[in-house]
Ligand binder design. Sequence first.
Ligand SMILES: C[C@](O)(CO)[C@H](O)COP(=O)(O)OP(=O)(O)OC[C@H]1O[C@@H](n2ccc(N)nc2=O)[C@H](O)[C@@H]1O
Ligand SMILES: Nc1ncnc2c1ncn2[C@@H]1O[C@H](COP(=O)(O)OP(=O)(O)OP(=O)(O)O)[C@@H](O)[C@H]1O
Length: 337
Amino acid sequence: MHQRYRYQQDGRPAHRPAVLLITVEFDLVQRARHLTRTASPVIHSTLSALSLPAPAKLNRMLHITGQRPDGYHELQTLFQFLDHGDTLHFQLRDDDAITLTPAIDGVPEEANLIVRAARRLRETAVSYGKVAEASALPGVDIQIEKVLPMGGGLGGGSSDAATTLLALNHLWQLSLDEDTLAELGLELGADVPVFVRGFAAWAEGIGEKLMPAALDTPWFVVIHPGIEVSTPAVFGHPQLTRSSPAISMARALQGGRNDCEVVVSALYPAVADALNWLNHFGTARLTGTGACVFCAFDDARQASKVLGRLACERPTWHTFSARGCNISPLHAALAQA
Ligand SMILES: C[C@](O)(CO)[C@H](O)COP(=O)(O)OP(=O)(O)OC[C@H]1O[C@@H](n2ccc(N)nc2=O)[C@H](O)[C@@H]1O
Ligand SMILES: Nc1ncnc2c1ncn2[C@@H]1O[C@H](COP(=O)(O)OP(=O)(O)OP(=O)(O)O)[C@@H](O)[C@H]1O
């Protein structure tokens, strides 16, 4: 029988909801993690260096059920990870500098979620009394192998931030618990907590109320039609559906829409084109606010056949196939660090 714990956390920043409730079916998650531990690759790790994945996510469905007075939208979504994403390498330094290479085009270092996550974690270490002052913690050189497109709806920046929080919690030996890290993550972005938690989830609120979900794990073909979608522009659009009726997780597991699809397809014809193309092979969906669209396949062979056709028919689109995972590749790797 699953034991269920309820965590309540206060002290949130003013623009976020006053109370965060996270319900975790703890037993399910612990057992799934235990099973993954034996199957995952060991990623390079020493006492002062660590390399970890920052996987992509898909929103298998996304309904918008309302809008809060602070402007944020209330969602119901099913998050699942992909075994595909960025890789981050962390190396502790002799001084207290935090560096990131290479720079990400168009994202100044102080705005980069990786650097912001590292700095925020260091401040938190001081406020939680883990160290007397920030300079007591060694600096870190962070190298990123960026694979995920920005503004793609694959949560790349959020995943990079979550990987940074978990990696530095480990290297700096802070022992901050997952609730604290998820709370810190939420300050950086609505999608960060699910990457910190590391289990496929039914999410409500603005994406921070997470319930583990056991989804099927098909192979996906993902198309990035070569444009960057602005998440604030989509959420700010007057024609966005904001009043979908709330449904149960059980119902969502049987299938759902993405309420952003209509607006995003109208604003970005390339997204509409990608959805139309992929709809010939199954049910194509937008992930998050786009720009990526995806379609599920029963096996790797079918997915690679579709990738082959894409290479011939739409050579300008960036495409890949990857398998859905209910335990994040980050957590699978960290369990072995
Ligand atoms: C669409 C999703 O990707 C679904 O997973 C996420 O909800 C978006 O998560 P994210 O990229 O981490 O978004 P954030 O960086 O927190 O928010 C970007 C902007 O999107 C809008 N925003 C975001 C999330 C949300 N539930 N309601 C919103 O209205 C807000 O204007 C916010 O300023
Ligand atoms: N490390 C980072 N990687 C990518 N983007 C970053 C990073 N740090 C900050 N950003 C900013 O975040 C924005 C969104 O990038 P991200 O890759 O997370 O998009 P996304 O996949 O659409 O996210 P989501 O699905 O969470 O909306 C970028 O346009 C960029 O300005």
